[in-house]
Design a protein around this ligand. Structure first.
Ligand code: FES
Length: 492
């Protein structure tokens, strides 16, 4: 029997971290660059610009580092699943080499800052392993090891992974690392502030528009700048739409106490459902961070069942301990598995930069991409522009949209503490019943482009099945591309 999920769902990395909080934006300010979003991309750009003596403002809707980056497994690795063999075949060896080089450079930048700034973020060098439990995928693991070697990785094929359950093959890559991403980003933010950059939290951007300079509008104040970087996972605004070129998806993520030495390294299964494993340093001993199966955001009617499935697998395979944290993480996939980073329309929207589609590998790609955007602003050459080029041809049908999975016949079908979507005279209404049974009714139309939201019965959020916006049970926007809260229902 699965235990009750820790409540509320919250990333392990956000528990017990202090971090200095930054003020809210209060007035109208000017800077050379404004960065929207204080995750790994935004803060990498900000610190690189500050190091070059440039003026930068970072505006964050919530708190530094506690959203997408703070929900990641925070593996600092260039081993991104079965990718290099595929990239060589689909994009060519040169492009695969660029991808490998960019991610190695991103990893090196992280390690350099941790060293130079003396950041206490539980940074540990560890080997990374891909593994399979099924004979059918051994050939692909061998091919991946071979492909990685042609790109300069010392990748080694093993007959089994060093895990306490049966595996039939693995690819080992030494010299990778892991850390606590929230502690890392809190330190980057502190370094930005120490070098004259300004960071504003709890200041959600509602509008980005071209004026004589770029104008970023929040509820609390505005920023004008020559360069604007929208680093909000999926851009909340872009002159070239990224929503149909990317597919939002989530993983169930959990943390468990684990006995020392039970696993050593970072692991990623290549079977379905794939599991991702690593350890971290908890205050009472090692902690296991585990990801369960992937699902498209808002396409899953019973996310809680996914957590139960993950917990049962962990209990069978690694530890019988109860979870100490559980959360859903979200990222966006791209068709070619390469992010879109840079200026999406340099002719007509010069100075407008985006970064999206990290395919779950935003720590290294996000750092490399952040360095690249900073180089563009600084007028420096950078080798990754053709790799990440957001203007490259891409299917606009990669994202197929989706429908709400939470339609119910009436309010009485919704349990206390849960939500559902009802049809009232042709209006779809998102109904949340709190633990006392009181209901909150809102329009179920996502405020991005009107798709009907799905109730996430584990996170207790409304998740959009089209482009991945997330709203609280009360309808407040937590994650874009939506910029507005769910609206009141019109039919009573
Ligand atoms: Fe685009 Fe909801 S996120 S319609």
């Amino acid at each position: 029997m699965p235990t009750a999920l820790p409540s509320p769902l919250r990333s392990y990395w956000t528990l017990d971290v202090q971090g200095v909080r930054h003020p809210e934006l209060e007035s109208s300010l000017h800077a050379e660059t404004v960065v929207v979003g204080a995750g790994i991309v935004g803060l990498t750009i900000a610190l690189r610009l500050c190091e070059a003596g440039r003026e930068v403002i970072v505006v964050e809707a919530m708190e530094v580092g506690r959203q997408v980056t703070g929900g990641s497994t925070a593996k600092i690795t260039a081993q991104h699943g079965l990718i290099y063999d595929e990239l060589i075949r689909t994009a060519g060896h040169d492009q695969a080499r660029l991808y490998a080089d960019a991610n190695r450079a991103g990893m090196e930048q992280i390690a350099r800052w941790i060293d130079e700034l003396d950041i206490a973020c539980e940074f540990d060098v560890r080997p990374a392993y891909l593994y399979s439990e099924s004979d059918a995928l051994v050939g692909e693991l061998r091919a991946e090891a071979e492909a990685a070697r042609t790109l300069g990785f010392a990748a080694e094929f093993l007959e089994r992974a060093p895990l306490p359950f049966a595996t039939v093959g693995a690819v080992r890559l030494d010299g990778q690392a892991q850390f606590n991403p929230v502690k890392y980003l809190d330190a980057l933010a502190a370094a930005v502030a120490a070098k004259g950059g300004r960071i504003f939290e709890r200041s959600r951007v509602r509008l980005v528009e071209a004026a004589s300079r770029w104008r970023v509008v929040t509820d609390k104040g505005n920023v004008h700048a020559e360069h604007v970087v929208v680093a909000t996972n999926l851009p909340i605004k872009s002159p070239v739409g990224m929503a149909r070129r990317t597919q939002p998806r989530m993983h169930t993520a959990m943390a468990f106490p684990i006995e020392p030495g039970r696993i050593d390294g970072m692991f990623l299964g290549v079977d379905e459902p794939a599991h991702s494993l690593r350890t971290g340093r908890g205050s009472d001993g090692p902690v296991l961070i585990a990801l369960g199966r992937k699902f498209n955001t808002g396409h899953e009617a019973d996310v809680a069942a996914g957590f139960a499935e993950l917990e049962a697998w962990i209990n069978r395979s690694l530890t019988s301990a109860a979870p100490i944290a559980a959360w859903c993480n979200e990222d966006y996939d791209t068709e070619d598995r390469i992010p879109f980073i840079g200026e999406p329309d340099p002719e007509r929207s010069a100075g407008f930069h985006i970064a999206t589609g990290f395919n779950a590998w935003g720590i290294s790609n996000g750092t490399a991409g952040g360095v690249m955007i900073a180089d563009t602003i600084l007028g420096r050459a950078n080798p990754w522009r053709t790799l990440y080029d957001p203007t490259r041809p891409a299917s606009k049908e990669f994202n197929k949209g989706g429908e709400s999975r939470s339609l119910v016949d009436g309010v009485e079908a919704i349990a206390k503490g849960q939500g559902g979507v009802i049809d009232r005279d042709g209006e779809e209404i998102a109904v949340w019943r709190d633990d006392q049974g009181q209901t909150t009714e809102l329009s179920a139309k996502c405020t991005h482009k009107g798709c009907i939201v799905t109730w996430n019965n584990a996170a207790h959020t409304w998740d959009c099945p089209c482009h991945g916006s997330i709203f609280s049970a009360k309808g407040e926007v937590l994650h874009g591309p939506a910029r507005k809260n769910l609206q009141p229902a019109t039919k009573e």
